[in-house]
Write a protein that binds this ligand. Structure first.
Ligand code: SAM
Length: 279
């Protein structure tokens, strides 16, 4: 379905990003949009009231959080009948480890439009400042709090080549670092703390070293950025072979198949070629 957001035929829900720390991250567009709507849905009315007061924005606030999103979405739909509506979470983008997604689905389902107002986001700042590979990355958000589930999640991620990004809280950071080290093995790893705030800090180390840090110094909000799996030996010969053979069966010559397979699995071309001619 093709929808032109700014043809003024239907009302729109704006998902508006708000600062992750530094108030100056509130964009002029966010202020303009929030001032223009008939009501604002928000994760926590106390947090949002404080934010909006800073910018002299006075609007009807509707509480819409993780535990009432379904019901609150219905209430916000009523406001959409009268005009445009905005939704803000406590910090950063709605829908990124925050409520907003279910509201979006409901709004679209009811024939209204959705637009996103750009702004701050913790994982992007952390990734870009980490110094780790930004070409391909995987954002996981929070790991499960139950230990066995967390271990299972990490097992699933351990062969990923992409840079891994996690949100974490100070009270769980110690356990999480130990689990990361145990399951992923030692790798380059970065803690990005208190981003955009007075005490912003990047700790660019490896997992072994991060596990040695006195956790009482790891306060505030933080993002973990972990190097992807660089251990090419983890790719099984069978996997490589089947990929290459598939290319060959599609008419690609052995040399080119070896080259393409090597690029795909990020392994050496000669190693693939050797396997291919051996079989
Ligand atoms: N919606 C937000 C976003 O777009 O980034 C994320 C909300 S999530 C509930 C909160 C988590 O984001 C924190 O536990 C922390 O991992 C991360 N975070 C938020 N603000 C941060 C900051 N200023 N510095 C470091 N991490 C931050």
């Amino acid at each position: 379905m093709r929808i032109k957001n700014f043809d003024e035929d239907k009302h729109i829900l704006y998902l508006v990003a708000t600062p992750i720390g530094n108030l100056s991250e509130m964009t002029p567009r966010a202020i303009e949009v929030l001032n223009s709507v008939v009501a604002i849905g928000c994760e926590d009315t106390r947090v949002s009231k404080q934010l909006l007061n800073n910018f002299n924005i006075s609007k009807k606030l509707i509480s819409c959080h993780e535990h009432n999103e379904e019901q609150a979405s219905i209430e916000l739909l009523k406001y959409l009948e009268d005009g445009n509506v905005a939704y803000i979470s406590d910090a950063g983008y709605p829908g990124i480890s925050d409520p907003g997604h279910r509201l979006l689905l409901k709004v679209l389902d009811n024939g209204y439009k959705v637009s996103v107002v750009s702004g701050a986001n913790a994982m992007i700042n952390a990734l870009i400042g980490s110094g780790l590979d930004t070409t391909h990355f995987y954002f996981h958000g929070f790991l499960a709090s139950k230990h066995s589930t967390r271990i299972h999640e990490l097992e699933e991620l351990k062969n990923k080549k992409e840079t891994l990004i996690f949100y974490e809280s100070p009270h769980r950071i110690e356990d999480t670092l130990i689990d990361l080290k145990t399951i992923l093995g030692n790798r380059k790893a970065v803690i990005a703390r208190e981003l955009t705030k007075r005490f912003e800090e990047f700790i660019r180390e490896d997992l072994n070293t991060l596990c040695e840090i006195d956790v009482s110094t790891l306060k505030g909000e933080m993002v973990l950025v972990i190097e992807g799996n660089k251990n090419n030996e983890k790719v099984s010969e069978t996997e490589v072979l089947s990929y290459a053979k598939n290319l060959i069966s599609n008419g690609i010559n052995t040399k080119t198949a070896a080259k393409l397979t090597a690029e795909h699995f990020k392994v050496s071309k000669n190693a693939v070629y050797d396997v291919l001619i051996k079989k």
